[in-house]
Ligand binder design. Sequence first.
Ligand SMILES: [Zn+2]
Length: 183
Amino acid sequence: MTRMTPLLERNEQFARTYTPVALGLPARQVIVVTCLDHRVDPAIFLGLQLGDAPVIRNAGGRVTQAVIDDLAYLAFLAEQLFGGQLQDDRLFEVAVIHHTQCGTGFLADPGFRRQAAQATGLSEATLEAETVADPHATVQADVERLLASPLLSPKVSVSGHVYDIATGRVTTAVAARSPRKEH
Ligand SMILES: [Zn+2]
C-alpha cells in the first residue's frame, strides 16, 4: 500500500469505460500553458476532454525556454502530420494562464528568494523568473516573450488569461495575437 494505491484503483475504474483517442490535431486547437498548482487544473476549470488540448505546466505557468521549445516542436509535429487538414492555415492558439495566490509569489520577497536559492541550489535569477506575484503583469510579459521568440510558428496565436482561485473564473488579460511577420 502506497499513496498511489487509491489513485491506481481510480484508474482501474477509468480504464473500464475508456475509449482511446487517435492522434490528431487537438480538438480545440488550443495549447494551455499554466501553473502546476493542484488547485489550478485546466481540465477541470476549462472543461477539457481527452484529445481537446495539450497542457504544459510548470511553476507559475511561466513561458520559459523549455516551454518555447515544446511549443516549437508541437507546431512542427502538427504541421507535418495534419498541415493539409487546416481550415484557415491556423495551427492553434497558445493560452497562457497565470493565477492568483500563486505559491511562486513568495519569491517576490528578496529574503525568501535568497533562502530558497541557498536551500535548493537554484540561482536567485531562476527563482525570480518563476515568480508570479501579479498574474496580470506576468501573463502580459509572458505573452510578449512568446510572441517575440523566433522559434514561434507564425501559424500560432497567443493569448493571456488570469484564473482567480477565489471565484474559479478565468478573465482574458491579453487578446489572442499572432507574431508579426518579418519582411
Ligand atoms: Zn501557481
